[in-house]
Design a protein around this ligand. Structure first.
Ligand code: CA
Length: 233
């Protein structure tokens, strides 16, 4: 058993109950909400480990609105969000992930699939939100403040580049394919093209460049990328 609290935001009582029963059987504690304003109260009161968030909600604010709001809030942005939706359109998936959702499940789904997705997202979020700063030859990443410094100087870094760097620094000296990076950094259910990785790698190198750390982000020919403090070769 674990005592991680999952917030279930879903306005249809039958679905909400089905989800909560499955989560409780899997050992999670649950709290529930049926619209955005009650969801917000639950987040503040219970500080859940993860939010299952329905897209279409009553009361004028959608799940997407709530997700955007959370991701803009410094204190709440780290709580992972899995969007639930009946819509299967590619466009909506992209919108959900753009709003900062960590994963995406289309209804109808099996409870087994739901639980395994939840566990995967929780694993990933705890790996990325360790407490101890990670150090590499003067480059330092502090998961608590989410700040990156290079020889003590602040590095201006965007949220995706931060996650990418956090993953790299916690898994140094190993080559990863683009697909592996997508799974680890963006989540298993992504609708991001492989070349999106290249864009973020380029941005990450660009922010590290003025501090002379871009060389740690290395291209591995035929494979993908690796983080290494040793010379590329
Ligand atoms: Ca709904």
């Amino acid at each position: 058993m674990n005592n991680e609290i999952i917030l279930v935001v879903e306005d249809e009582p039958a679905i909400r109950e089905m989800i909560m029963t499955a989560l409780e059987m899997a050992g999670f504690e649950c709290v529930q909400a049926e619209d955005v304003s009650s969801a917000h109260r639950q987040v503040v009161d219970h500080r859940p480990a993860l939010i299952l968030l329905d897209w279409m909600l009553p009361g004028g604010q959608s799940g997407i609105d709530f997700c955007r709001m959370l991701k803009k809030d410094e204190l709440l942005s780290e709580i992972p969000v899995i969007m639930l939706t009946a819509k299967g359109e590619e466009d909506n998936k992209v919108q959900g992930l753009d709003a900062g959702a960590d994963d995406y499940i289309t209804k109808p789904f099996s409870t087994r699939e739901l639980i395994s997705r939840i566990k995967a997202v929780l694993r990933r979020s705890s790996a990325l939100s360790g407490e101890k700063p990670i150090e590499a030859e003067g480059l330092s990443l502090d998961p608590v403040s989410q700040r990156v410094t290079a020889d003590g100087n602040a590095v201006e870094i965007g949220p995706t580049e931060y996650r990418l760097l956090a993953f790299f620094m916690s898994h140094p000296e190993r080559a990863y394919t683009r697909t592996q990076l997508l799974d680890q950094v963006w989540g298993g259910n992504v609708y991001v093209e492989d070349r999106t990785i290249d864009v973020h790698i380029r941005r990450l190198r660009k922010v590290l460049e003025p501090h002379d750390y871009a060389g740690f982000i290395q291209t591995v020919r035929g494979t993908g990328y690796r983080f290494s403090t040793q010379l590329a070769g």
